[in-house]
Design a protein around this ligand. Structure first.
Ligand SMILES: Nc1ncnc2c1ncn2[C@@H]1O[C@H](COP(=O)(O)OP(=O)(O)OP(=O)(O)O)[C@@H](O)[C@H]1O
Length: 310
């Protein structure tokens, strides 16, 4: 029975999300019915091979691209049903976006402070004091008057971070935010994310190839072929979806601090890693058995094995 709930709705809820890119007569299905829920106040990372659909998902969540089908909700917004005007309000009020290539966010001939003030001005809410506060929060209090061209790549990335926060978004989406900076700057950026998340309650979703980033978040979700396939939840985390899932498996990539889970969708589908299938020599069909607690998947028994048993 469903109880009347005072629980907060999730920040992000995608179900059966599909994105098809069409150009001339070629169709690319980038998202194949993806499911993802991110709670308010979570800091999580999305990993996956090149072409798996990470940026497509982030662009949809950021309102930069439209989904083709399925469900995608961010806070009170339904991303499939938004009008153009609503999309503008959504981008202005709800999300902040950070790219690896921070040139997309910044105006080179303006100072760091002017760059942060710009989105506020565009939206008719200038607030110099808050712009200063943000630049201080990202450790650039001494560089506020410097033009962007006078800043290092890492400093520019931190300005981009302050800009993404200028309109007090509830959700920050970051596409490879540490991709173009050195390790120390990357660490610094992650610490800032962590502080924003803890102190201001901003929900943060980071797309990354960098497994050291993944190690610093509460939860990591892997996307494979346009579907969420596996997730890792930090052991000392706040107990998010962990209780709902059984049979944690260790994954060497995240040490002992994360437990690994396979994602099972509402109709019972899951993705089995390709290397498991290859080792089992399973192709197309498998045999499933259930002992009352665990499901075992194996290759179909060949005629010789039947004979051996008889
Ligand atoms: N505008 C587009 N038009 C056509 N196909 C596209 C477009 N954008 C992405 N794709 C295709 O969609 C699939 C998913 O791409 P996406 O950029 O989301 O992957 P990704 O996981 O972010 O990869 P990477 O890590 O290399 O950035 C790929 O097959 C890609 O070629």
């Amino acid at each position: 029975m469903l109880e009347a709930t005072t629980e907060r709705p999730p920040m992000i809820h995608c179900e059966g999300l599909v994105k098809i890119y069409k150009s001339d007569d070629v169709e690319v299905v980038a998202l194949h019915g993806l499911n993802l829920t991110v709670e308010q106040g979570e800091m999580m990372a999305i990993i996956g091979n090149s072409g798996s659909g990470k940026s497509t998902l982030l662009n949809i969540l950021g309102g930069l691209d439209r989904p083709s089908a399925g469900q995608a909700h961010v806070g009170r917004w339904n991303l499939l049903k938004m009008s153009k005007e609503q999309l503008i309000t959504y981008k202005r009020e709800t999300v902040g976006f950070i790219w690896q290539n921070n040139g997309r966010n910044l105006v080179p001939y303006l100072t760091a402070l002017q760059n942060v003030e710009l989105p506020m001005l565009i939206h008719g809410k200038p607030d110099r004091a808050y712009a200063r506060q943000l630049l201080t929060a990202v450790g650039l209090e001494h560089r506020m008057g410097s033009r962007l061209t006078q800043l290092s790549g890492g400093e520019q990335q931190r300005v981009a971070l302050a800009i993404a926060l200028a309109n007090r978004p509830q959700l920050v989406l970051a596409d490879e935010p540490t991709g173009s900076v050195d390790h120390a700057t990357g660490e610094q950026i992650l610490q800032i994310f962590r502080r924003l998340n803890r102190e201001m309650g901003v929900t943060i979703v980071i797309v990354t190839h960098d497994l050291s980033v993944a190690d610093q978040v509460d939860r990591v979700v892997a996307i494979r072929d346009g579907l969420t396939s596996t997730e890792w939840i930090k052991r000392e985390g706040e107990g998010m979806a962990a209780e709902a899932l059984e049979h944690p498996v260790q994954d060497a990539r995240f040490g002992s601090r994360h437990e690994q889970f396979v994602v099972i969708d509402r109709v019972g589908r899951l993705q089995i890693p390709k290397d498991y299938l290859e080792q089992m020599e399973v192709e197309g069909k498998a045999v499933l058995s259930f002992d009352g607690k665990r499901v075992t998947i194996g290759p179909p028994e060949g005629p010789e094995e039947h004979e051996e048993k008889e």
